[in-house]
Design a protein. Sequence first.
Length: 82
Amino acid sequence: MAWRTGAALFADMWPLIAARVKPDEFRQEFTERLLAYFLECDVDPTDLAGLHPEVDQALARLGELGGWGEDAEPGAAADGGA
C-alpha cells in the first residue's frame, strides 16, 4: 500500500475505532498493534502524528513519534491526507 494511501485510510478508520473499540485500555492496545502493521506497510508515522492524542501516544509507545508533541502541527492524515 502506498504510504499516503495508508495514512489516509487510518485517518478514515480512526473515528470508528475511537467510537466502537472499548474499553479504553483495549483500544490503546488495538491502536498500537494496528499502527505497527500500518508502519510495516511503509506508512510514514509523521503523516499520522497529530491525528488524535491517542494515536500520538501509540506512536510514542512504538518509538515512532519522532519529535511530535502536543504542540506540534498535525500530520497530513489529520486533514484528510491533503
